[in-house]
Every structure is written in structure tokens, then in C-alpha cells.
Design a protein around this ligand. Structure first.
Ligand SMILES: Nc1nc2c(ncn2[C@@H]2O[C@H](COP(=O)(O)OP(=O)(O)OP(=O)(O)O)[C@@H](O)[C@H]2O)c(=O)[nH]1
Length: 429
């Protein structure tokens, strides 16, 4: 060993002892990319005895593909740089693992790079997780971009940071003209005033929705619902918010239809029996302060109308009677169909005189309804009524008393008004 070689050999043995205690595979390669040294973990990774490795080139040990991946990194490391590359390899008993190989120069005291070191890390789990994350992000990007609902992201200053394709289509504005601008400035003061309260509530951490009829739609007005969803960071701080707008037109219309079908009688469009019962119940709760009267109205001889004119004309008469009753009362009074040719009217009244007057007014209203049979066969009704709370304090009882009074009016000759259980019937005849 020459004098100049001695310190170098000494330095190397130091390094070699040191790298043996590091639990990562480390190799030292000469300028011909021959392995001149490796530590114990390296042998474990390579699953081969030292004599099968030392003196062999990387290509000889691991094959052409491995060398193709390693060669640029080796070249740069021999130029003095530290380089990383990733590749799949098998080590120990594990196959097809992602590894990161770091290649760095072994610089002699005179500055020459005599060899390079390689150190490998198993980063398989990290790579798989990273790939999954990237794939998920890419899917999410594609999803948000292509979802057919307008989508935005605004930061805490209400500056648009993301808009998707559908948003640009609906607004007729280009992403480049929207991004980086305050949404109020980008979309106009009027719209901002309409939406601002929802944006502000979302920034306070609430998820809110706003449903409205949008009239500037290509195929006429449509019901749209925008959701404002806060974007929380790990400390539950709202750093911005998402908005997504969906078309709820069909749904809203169907709900409205359903609500109406439950609330209203499908033939006459006055309130349904069920709604009337709800109204009666509500009125009874307030009856001690605001007395109410319930009128049970049953048409006289309606069967004959049906028999002589047919069911369709009969239906028209029912519709006209309902309209006549509705016109005979104030807007806050309730008119409903109990079933068949029976109607209910619920109205707040001052006293029994007021109720009597209204009953006669209703009777008058029904008598105004004409049929194709001509004036000789005017429609009439028998009306019974009961007062809350004077006559009954329970909804069903009130209905029953009004019904009983109506039957009494029928028995007394029809076309008249009867207050439950009291006095002589009042007749218009
Ligand atoms: N057109 C039509 N008729 C109905 C409807 N629902 C019930 N009716 C008819 O209404 C009539 C009611 O019968 P009633 O009240 O017993 O007969 P009425 O001739 O009015 O007899 P009084 O009440 O005693 O005067 C029956 O002929 C039913 O078929 C409907 O939705 N449309």
C-alpha cells in the first residue's frame, strides 16, 4: 500500500463499519459500476452471499432494466450530484416493491469522485398511498369538472377559486373571467345581494340551502336549489365554501302537486276533509279567544241532478257550489269538501247572531248556483251549524253537532239553516 493510498483505505474502513450499523442497504460502486462494497442489510435485500456480488456490475447483478433506470443517476452522481430515482424491485422475501434509490458521490479529499454510494429505501406503502391519492384526486377533478351541476369554491374573501364547466355554461362566463374575482363583482350586485346571506352563514360554519325559481333559463323558469357547504380545515376553521346548484324543478313541482292533493279536494279545489279537520282543530285551540262556527252544508236533492243531467254535469254543480261558498266568506275563513255533496265552512264569529247571519248568507250563495235544468230547479242546501266553544270543545264533537243540525234541517223540509239542538230552523223558503 502506497502512502497516498493509506488514508483512503483508512477512511473507507471507517465508513464501511459505520454503514454496517445502518439498517438500510448501502452499496459502493466504482467507475465501472462494479460493486466494491456492501453492508449486511444489502446482502439481506439482494438475498445473495457477498462473493456473488462484489466485483460484479450493477447490470450483471440486476439485469438490463435495472441498469437502464440506474445509469443516469450513476452518471450524475459521478459528476458530484446526489440523485434519487424510484423503481420496482424484489428484496428479501418481498417482490415487486417500490424502492427509492439515492445515489451520491464518494468524494475523495482531493475532490475526485472515485465511487458512488447507493442507499435504498422501501417506499412501497408510500407509493401505493400516493398513487391512490393521486388517482382519487384525479377522479375528483374529473368529477367536479364534468358533474352536470354548477359548482364553485370561494375563499373567505368570497373570491372565486374554482368553477366547473357547468357553472361556466349556466353563467355564460369563462372560467378565466371568473377566477380570482369577488363573486359579487363577477356575477353582479343584484345576484350577490340575493345570495350573500347564505354565503355568510356558510362562512359561519353552517350548511345552508336556498331554493328559488330562476327565470333566466333557456327553457323557461325552473326551480333550482343551491347548497352552500363550509370547507373546514383540521382545526374546524372555515377556510372557504363550496356551492353546488341542482335543478329541483320536477321534484318541487311533484311535491307541490302532492301537497295540493293532500291539502285540497281534487274536484272542487276547496280544502280537503283532512285539511278542514286540521283547521277545525287549530280553531278549537284558539276558540276561547276567537269563537268559531262550523257550518255543515249538504245539497238538497243532488241525486236528482246527477240522475237527470249525468255525473259530469253533477260534478260541475259541485264545483260551482264550492265556488259559491268560497265567494260567500272572507279569505281567512275555510271552505272544504267533506265528501259527496257535503261541504264544511269554518269561520270566526262574534256570537250566535253573527253565525246565523253567515249561515243564511251561505244558503243564499248556494241558491245562486244554476244548472242546465234552468231556473225551475235551483240548487239549495240544508245547513246545520255549531259554535265553539259554546256548543263543543272538541273538533269531532263540533262536526257531529253541525252534522246533526243539518239532518234536522233536512227533516224539517230542507233549504234551511239549523243551529244544533236549539230553536226553530231558519228557512229561506
Ligand atoms: N256528480 C257527482 N256526484 C256525487 C259525487 N259524490 C257523491 N255524489 C252523489 O251525490 C249524491 C248525494 O246523495 P244524497 O245526499 O244522499 O242525495 P240527495 O239527493 O242530495 O238527498 P238529500 O241530501 O236528502 O237532499 C249521490 O247521488 C252521490 O252519487 C261526485 O263527486 N260527483
Amino acid at each position: 500500500m502506497s502512502e497516498s493510498e493509506f488514508p483512503q483505505a483508512h477512511r473507507l474502513s471507517h465508513i464501511e463499519r459505520l454503514v454496517d450499523v445502518i439498517d438500510l442497504p448501502i452499496g459502493r460502486w466504482d467507475r465501472d459500476s462494479r460493486l466494491v462494497f456492501c453492508n449486511e442489510p444489502y446482502l439481506g435485500w439482494a438475498e445473495r452471499p457477498r462473493e456473488e456480488l462484489i466485483g460484479k456490475t450493477l447490470r450483471e447483478i440486476y439485469g438490463d432494466d435495472a441498469w437502464t433506470r440506474a445509469e443516469p443517476a450513476f452518471r450524475q452522481a459521478f459528476e458530484g450530484r446526489t440523485v434519487n430515482y424510484e423503481r420496482q424491485l424484489s428484496h428479501g422475501h418481498k417482490s415487486n416493491r417500490w424502492a427509492r434509490v439515492q445515489v451520491f458521490p464518494d468524494v475523495a479529499p482531493d475532490g475526485r469522485v472515485e465511487a458512488v454510494f447507493t442507499i435504498a429505501f422501501d417506499i412501497h406503502e408510500d407509493v401505493i398511498a400516493r398513487e391512490a391519492l393521486e388517482a382519487a384526486r384525479e377522479r375528483l377533478d374529473r368529477f367536479t369538472e364534468n358533474i352536470p351541476y354548477p359548482l364553485t369554491y370561494v375563499d373567505r374573501g368570497f373570491v372565486l377559486r374554482f368553477v366547473n364547466k357547468a357553472y361556466c355554461e349556466v353563467t355564460g362566463q369563462k372560467a378565466a373571467d371568473l377566477l380570482g374575482r369577488h363573486i359579487g363583482e363577477a356575477r353582479g350586485a343584484k345576484r350577490w345581494a340575493e345570495h350573500q346571506p347564505y354565503f355568510e352563514r356558510a362562512l359561519r360554519g353552517q350548511t345552508v340551502q336556498y331554493t328559488r325559481l330562476v327565470d333566466r333559463m333557456p327553457n323557461g323558469p325552473r326551480w333550482m336549489r343551491t347548497s352552500y357547504v363550509p370547507d373546514f380545515d383540521a382545526r374546524r376553521f372555515v377556510r372557504g365554501l363550496y356551492t353546488v346548484t341542482i335543478d329541483v324543478h320536477e321534484l318541487t313541482m311533484a311535491q307541490e302537486k302532492l301537497r295540493r292533493s293532500v291539502e285540497r279536494d281534487s274536484l272542487t279545489d276547496v280544502l280537503s276533509r283532512r285539511t278542514m279537520m286540521d283547521r277545525i282543530e287549530a280553531a278549537m285551540l284558539e276558540a276561547s279567544e276567537v269563537p268559531s262556527a262550523l257550518f255543515f252544508v249538504d245539497l238538497d236533492g243532488f241525486k236528482e241532478v246527477n240522475d237527470r243531467l249525468g255525473h259530469r254535469e253533477g260534478d260541475k254543480v259541485l264545483i260551482n257550489v264550492a265556488a259559491a261558498l268560497q265567494q260567500s266568506v272572507r279569505a281567512e275563513d275555510a271552505v272544504g269538501r267533506f265528501g259527496g255533496d257535503e261541504f264544511l265552512v269554518l269561520a270566526p264569529v262574534r256570537d250566535s247572531h253573527g253565525a246565523e247571519a253567515l249561515a243564511l248568507h251561505l244558503l243564499d250563495g248556494v241558491r245562486e248556483v244554476t244548472t242546465p235544468l234552468g231556473s225551475s230547479s235551483l240548487i239549495s242546501a240544508s245547513i246545520g251549524y255549531a259554535l265553539a266553544p259554546a256548543d263543543a270543545q272538541h273538533p269531532m264533537k263540533l262536526v257531529q253537532l253541525a252534522d246533526d243540525a243539518m239532518y234536522q234541517a233536512k227533516r224539517q223540509g230542507k233549504n234551511r239553516v239549523m243551529h244544533c239542538g236549539r230553536g226553530a230552523p231558519v228557512s229561506l223558503a
